[in-house]
Design a protein around this ligand. Structure first.
Ligand code: B12
Length: 151
């Protein structure tokens, strides 16, 4: 297993015309405290801006947030855009992903079909997403300790 010496880089942003900023601010702080190098693109981020940042920063994960109920429309073709930039990163999406969010399993299936590796609802504790990403990226214990000491 590769033991990375540099912090893992994640790109984070709110997709589409969505202006809800509080959630990603909390996620940025939580991922930074866990030792990740976080590139926060902020609100109203286009699919191309996610892709350009992922390439520029050699990101290992792209974390998409959406609160305002238009996530499904905003994410159509997102993974095609990432593919067109040659990006092979883990992708997560979270927030209020559907209007009402009555049946989250249905919402999860919708976003998995759109290509996301993991789908989180608005009740998700950031620690849960961090633990999932550490598993998905196979972050070692040594690496985690080193990253949190230096961050
Ligand atoms: C504050 C707020 C606003 C503010 C935003 C201010 C700002 N600049 O941030 C204002 C007043 C501008 C606003 C506007 C709108 N809002 Co508003 N807003 C809220 C409110 C009350 C709180 C959001 C918030 O800050 N929560 C606190 C943070 C900490 O929680 P969070 O955002 O959910 O983020 C956490 C999790 O979701 C999760 N998470 C989020 N993203 C991701 C991503 C990943 C990868 C992971 C793992 C986890 C994760 O982790 C975060 C941290 O714990 C919510 C209702 C609510 N109680 O959630 C409605 C809400 C999100 N808004 C809503 C709506 C509809 C709108 C408007 C469309 C209203 C309108 N008709 O104009 C506009 C959209 C404007 C726009 N272009 O975005 C709806 C969305 C409905 C839906 N999705 O079905 C909500 C749910 C209210 C409701 N119950 O109807 N809003």
């Amino acid at each position: 297993m590769v033991d990375h010496t540099m912090p893992r880089t994640v790109v984070l942003g709110v997709i589409g015309s969505d202006a809800h900023v509080v959630g990603i601010t909390i996620l940025e702080q939580a991922f930074s405290a866990a030792g990740f190098d976080v590139v926060n693109l902020g609100v109203q981020t286009s699919q191309e801006e996610f892709a350009e940042a992922a390439v520029a920063h050699d990101a290992e994960a792209v974390l998409v947030s959406s609160l305002y109920g238009h996530a499904e429309q905003d994410c159509q073709g997102f993974h095609d855009v990432l593919d067109s930039y040659g990006i092979d990163a883990i992708t997560y999406i979270g927030g209020n992903l559907a209007v009402g969010q009555d049946d989250f399993e249905e919402t999860r299936a919708t976003f998995e079909a759109l290509g996301f590796d993991r789908v989180f609802d608005s009740e998700t504790d950031p620690e849960e997403a961090i633990a999932a990403l550490e598993r998905d990226l196979q972050v070692t214990t040594t690496e985690r300790e080193r990253a949190t000491i230096t961050s």
